[in-house]
Design a binder for this molecule. Structure first.
Ligand SMILES: [Mg+2]
Length: 251
C-alpha cells in the first residue's frame, strides 16, 4: 500500500513524524508537507508563483506551499503513482466544529478526496500531555478499515483524539457530527513600537451549549475518539427545498 502523508504544521512537526512511524508498517509512506507551519491555510492553492520542492530525506518532501499544494504535488508527481490512501496530521490541536472550515489539515484530506484518494484527517486535541503517540495508535486502528472497505463516495474521515496520558485512558470511539463553536476576543488591537495600531486575529474557542453527545466537541471533551465523516458537497439541501418553495426569484 502506498500512503501519502501530509499536514499543515510543517514538515518538521512532531505529529507528522509520529504519523509516519505509526503507518510505516502498513506500506510505503511518501511524506509531502509544507516547509513551514500553514495552520488555518484552509483549502488555498498557490497559483501566482512557482512551487519549490526539496527532498529533505528519501521519500520526504518539503514544499514552499500550502497543504493543498502538497497533496496536488504528492498525488500527481512525488508519490510516483496514485496513492492508495492519504492521511493528514497528526495536527497539533483539535479540528472540530466550525474550525474544520479553517483547517489546512482537513483541507488536505478534502483535496485527496477530490483527487479520488481515500483520505483521513487526524488531530490531537489541545491538552497538557501533547501525546501524539496515542493518536498514532488510534490511526493504526482506522487505516486498515479504510484500506479494506474504502470510504463512501465524496466522504473523508475527520478524526480527533483527546490528549490523554496513555492509549488505555481513551474511553472509546464515537461516530459524531460537527459541533458548534464560537470565538470570544477574536480581534486583538495593539500598538506597534511606532504607535501605529495593528490587529491580530485569534481568540478563544468556546463550545456552544447546543452541542449534544453526538458532536465531535463533546465526544473529545468526554474522553472519546471522535470520527466525523465529512462531505465535499456543501449544498444545504433543506434550505434549497425551502427556498425553492417559498422564494420566487424573478428576473
Ligand atoms: Mg495545524
Amino acid at each position: 500500500m502506498l500512503i501519502l502523508l501530509t499536514n499543515d504544521d510543517g514538515i518538521w512537526a512532531k505529529g507528522l513524524k509520529v504519523l509516519e512511524q505509526s503507518l510505516s508498517s502498513f506500506g510505503t509512506c511518501c511524506v509531502v508537507a509544507p516547509d513551514r507551519e500553514k495552520s488555518a491555510a484552509s483549502h488555498s492553492v498557490t497559483l501566482h508563483r512557482p512551487l519549490r520542492v526539496e527532498e529533505v530525506a528519501p521519500n520526504r518532501f518539503a514544499v514552499d506551499g500550502t497543504p493543498t499544494d502538497c497533496v496536488i504535488l504528492g498525488v500527481h508527481k512525488l508519490a510516483g503513482k496514485k496513492p492508495d490512501l492519504l492521511v493528514s496530521g497528526i495536527n497539533d490541536g483539535g479540528n472540530m466544529g466550525d474550525d474544520v472550515s479553517y483547517s489546512g489539515t482537513v483541507s488536505a484530506a478534502i483535496e485527496g478526496t477530490i483527487l479520488g484518494v481515500p483520505s483521513i484527517a487526524v488531530s490531537l486535541a489541545r491538552g497538557e500531555h501533547r501525546n501524539f503517540e496515542t493518536a498514532g495508535e488510534v490511526i493504526k486502528k482506522i487505516v486498515p478499515l479504510v484500506a479494506e472497505n474504502g470510504l463512501p463516495k465524496d466522504a473523508l474521515l475527520n478524526v480527533n483524539v483527546p490528549d490523554v496520558e496513555s492509549f488505555e485512558e481513551l474511553k472509546g470511539v464515537r461516530w459524531t457530527r460537527l459541533g458548534k463553536l464560537s470565538y470570544v476576543d477574536t480581534l486583538a488591537e495593539m500598538k506597534d513600537p511606532r504607535g501605529k495600531t495593528y490587529y491580530w486575529v485569534g481568540g478563544t474557542p468556546v463550545r456552544e451549549d447546543e452541542n449534544g453527545a453526538d458532536t465531535d466537541l463533546v465526544a473529545v471533551e468526554e474522553g472519546y475518539v471522535s470520527i466525523t465523516p465529512i462531505r465535499l458537497d456543501l449544498t444545504h439541501n433543506r434550505a434549497l427545498r425551502e427556498l425553492r418553495e417559498r422564494w420566487k426569484v424573478s428576473l
